[in-house]
Design a protein around this ligand. Structure first.
Ligand code: ADP
Length: 191
């Protein structure tokens, strides 16, 4: 299985690139942010819980996120690979993912991280907020909180996978096509 972690701060372009990558590699895209938004839209207990955290730009607790992720993977047993987008965002999530994939006799192939300067992230997210309808994209303070949580809790996941030589840093500024080509080159090198 091709198991890719698409990594990077909020606004780094993960969703856009994931769309193109699933087409190229024919694999499943799992975005924990999208899963939470779906649950919120349906007012499920999980969605109501997630909303408290997402609205402030905080991370949803690990046990909630990990359980939801596992359910989604288990609901798609026949896929040839998965792009994990927005997961893992903490070291416990990374450890849970590794253990879970190991039970399935597979593992993370590579983590590809989009590198984008903070001011560019804020600009992109405020711009996305005009049309996305996402409350967390409309407020600069919440955006800056998400970027700071990325640095304090999430960035370490890059180092965690770097220990096995699996992490690759990809310049995330340029055209969508240029960035896509860089991602493909890094992924193909890891396979
Ligand atoms: P972005 O990467 O643009 O911030 P996402 O759509 O990936 O947006 O996530 C939106 C929000 O969903 C996050 O700010 C967080 O509250 C919650 N979330 C998504 N994935 C996770 C995760 N793996 N762990 C905890 N919370 C998460």
């Amino acid at each position: 299985m091709l198991n890719l972690i698409l990594f990077g701060p909020p606004g780094s372009g993960k969703g856009t690139q994931a769309e193109n990558l699933i087409e190229k590699y024919g694999i499943l895209h799992i975005s924990t942010g999208d899963l939470f938004r779906y649950e919120m839209g349906n007012n499920t207990p999980l969605g109501i819980k997630a909303k408290e955290y997402m609205a402030k730009g905080e991370l949803v607790p690990d046990e909630v996120t990990i359980g939801m992720l596992k359910n989604k993977v288990d609901a798609n047993p026949d896929v040839s690979g998965i792009i994990f987008d927005g997961f893992p965002r903490t070291i416990p999530q990374a450890e849970a993912l590794d253990a879970f994939l190991q039970e399935k006799n597979t593992e993370v192939t590579a983590l590809v991280a989009l590198d984008v300067p903070d001011e560019e992230l804020v600009k992109r997210l405020l711009n996305r907020g005009k049309s996305s309808g996402r409350a967390d994209d409309n407020d600069e303070e919440i955006i800056r909180n998400r970027i700071s949580i990325y640095k304090s809790e999430t960035a370490q996941v890059f180092d965690y996978y770097a220990q096995n030589g699996k992490s690759k840093l990809i310049p995330g500024v340029g055209s969508i096509e240029e960035i896509f080509d860089r991602l493909v080159a890094a992924i193909d090198e890891a396979c």
